[in-house]
Write a protein of this length. Structure first.
Length: 312
């Protein structure tokens, strides 16, 4: 009688507040509980911990076996390492851990969704978050066409390397991959670039023939998303027009009006072509220089025909 007296006021109070009493699950029902209800890795450092793991715990709080389905994780840079927990059966009161792993490869906020289906009703959809701090490289320009410079000229290109990430970018090397017409004027080796900062490399193209050329500027760094950045380079040089100059003999050095492509120089003395005894010297201005007794004498005529380098 006393027990009934205590029960009646309780039922009356629940009816007055409009709160129906919570009903326990029926006997023989599995109940799934997941902790935490959202997995947040927080700030993850590529430098300190390029691979970071966290644990989600699944517990059967019911009084029947909990059967897990196919556990999946949807999200780039996240995965489920180790033993697959799919298909496991949890007795009442038992738990298991699911390990979630993130690869801190790309700077920025990352999201994923862990899906845990079971025989306890709708699948659990657990959000996963991480804020990845990593170095990231950007290059300007990524490609360049030097156009059609004159043979012998040496146009240059300044390539800017920027750290667009949130951790230090270490540029271990910058190298030119091309023939000997290409060169890197400013070596860059083991240079640390702070977030938001830049460094520069200067590439030079100095063609010695009118053939098309191409090369690659290779930038090696610790940027996990792009450890080798490649700048594509190309150019197509040309000769200037042919120049002809005439001189009176009697000297050993004959200054030329233009710089010459030395392979194209043809020398004629009194109308006859001369193949030896002379050289091209541009150390103090372009000139044709004769050695010793091979120089044209007084009264001789000298004609020089060559491809001019033109103005750079």
């Amino acid at each position: 009688m006393r027990q009934m007296a205590r029960t009646v006021p309780l039922i009356a109070a629940l009816l007055l507040c409009g709160c129906p009493p919570s009903e326990p699950p029926p006997e023989g029902t599995p109940v799934i509980a997941v902790s935490p209800d959202a997995l947040d890795f927080g700030a993850v450092s590529f430098t300190d911990a390029p691979i970071t793991t966290a644990v989600v715990t699944v517990t059967n709080e019911g009084d029947a076996d909990l059967e897990l389905g196919d556990i999946t994780l949807a999200g780039e840079y996240f995965d489920l390492p180790g033993v697959d927990r799919s298909g496991r059966v949890l007795r009442p009161g038992r738990s298991l851990d699911i390990t979630v792993q993130i690869h801190a490869e790309v700077d920025g906020e990352r999201q994923a969704r862990l899906r845990i289906p079971s025989n306890a009703g709708d699948a659990i959809e657990l959000p996963v978050f991480a804020d990845v701090h990593a170095p990231a490289i950007d290059v300007s320009p990524w490609s360049h066409d030097f156009g059609n410079p004159v043979v012998g000229c040496a146009p240059r290109l300044t390539v800017t390397i920027e750290n667009v990430g949130r951790e230090d970018l270490l540029v271990t090397s910058v190298e030119m991959d091309g023939n000997d017409e290409w060169a890197l004027e400013t070596p860059v080796v083991d240079v640390t670039i702070a977030p938001g900062a830049t460094t520069e490399a200067v590439a030079r193209y100095q063609p010695d023939d009118p053939e098309p050329d191409d090369a690659e500027l290779l930038i090696q760094s610790n940027a996990p998303e792009l450890p080798k950045a490649i700048v594509e380079l190309e150019g197509r040089s040309h000769f200037e027009t042919e120049a002809t100059e005439t001189f009176d003999g009697g000297a050993t050095r004959y200054p030329l009006t233009f710089g010459a492509v030395w392979e194209t120089i043809r020398v004629f003395v009194n109308g006859d072509r001369v193949f030896s005894g002379w050289s091209y010297d541009d150390s103090s201005g372009p000139a044709l220089v004769f050695q010793g007794g091979s120089a044209p004498g007084e009264g001789d005529s000298l004609r020089v025909v060559y491809i001019a380098l033109g103005s750079c």
